[in-house]
Design a protein around this ligand. Sequence first.
Ligand code: HEC
Ligand SMILES: [Cu+2]
Length: 378
Amino acid sequence: MSTDVRNPYYDGYVGVAQIRSFQIRPTKYVSAIYIPIAPQHVGRAASVGALLLPLIAAACAGAPAIFGTHGLAADRIALLGWVCTIISCVVLGIITILVVVALVRRRPARASSADDRIEHSGHAIRWIVIGGIIVPGVTLVVTFLVTLVIQAEVANPPQRPVATIEVTGHRWWWEVKYLGVGPSGSVVTANEIHVPVGQPVRFELVSADVIHSFWVPQLAGKTDVIPGLRNTMWMQADQPGVYWGECAEYCGLQHTHMNFVVVAESPAAFQSWMAQQRQPAARPIDAADADGLDVFRRSGCGTCHAIQGTQAQGRIGPDLTHVASRSRIGAGTLPNTPGNLAGWIANAQALKPGSGMPTMTLSARDLRTLLAYLETLK
Ligand code: HEC
Ligand SMILES: [Cu+2]
């Protein structure tokens, strides 16, 4: 590292700029933030960094645990994540030591003789060849090979998938269609995907509008959902549980409320869930419920929503045939409680501004009967 430059700012800059060549590696998990910092400001920068840490940690609280995996493919991807993280930490450690050594050992500026310059340049070339070419070269090749092996491992499921689920990304919710099931050839639901535990399930991903990305961090890697394309992927949950999923490609105003859950349950529980989803909607059993269905019809809900077994066959919004059996509404926005459901119908735009669900003007009585009817749609 050159110590001939008098400007301390420039000195620090040269140090960081050289060392940066260690960090050019193809990893999605760690990206280097590169800010030239003058040596006299390093202490202050470090304390600002330390103050920001709790903020970053708080921002991540409640996010799906990408390293707490419970699925075949995700396990392998997490392993790759660890490999990259460890390599990155080692590289960062070495760089930090080098930067500190360079700062501490900085010699005062002096006129350099020709001999001195030759000695320095020999040194510099060794640093560049080892630190700038050999070390990053080996790191790159190792990371690349590990990535290739893991990519090949997660390309195909270990056995034939037991179900095929077509997922359509809409701004901003997920339509879920089990293909080849039931009398109508499919079972349709929204934002909640049930899968049998320990068995691979195949996904076909399509988009109704813009590019989305389908991601259940604990079960499998991300797959883009692209208009005009049918991307496929598979997933296998190894432990029963409810796994959070989300859209991982910014797609507009309510991108952050474009979530879903994957419910992994025993094959028996999955079969009974499927048997129930195959049924048409519960028929109104009393006058109040019949009234509710009538409100649904009169209010035009059926232009956008389908309820199997009724005349409502709209395809713009989620299928409501078994809406009461789902744990959340509005693509993860709210828990599915009667209060939230009422709030949603009366003023969806306040809860999810910009969403495709208009705010409906209903009398209190109509809202009550409509709600009672929707609550029967288990
Ligand atoms: C113009 C089309 C349209 C009309 C009319 C409409 N909706 Fe919706 N609705 C949607 C869309 C789109 C969504 C999904 C919104 C989202 O999550 O971003 C939705 C979501 C819902 C949900 C939540 C479903 C879930 O699983 O998350 C319910 C319940 C619902 N609508 C009920 C109704 C009722 C009841 C009416 C009539 C009073 C109605 N909607 C009228 C488009 C419509
Ligand atoms: Cu999206």
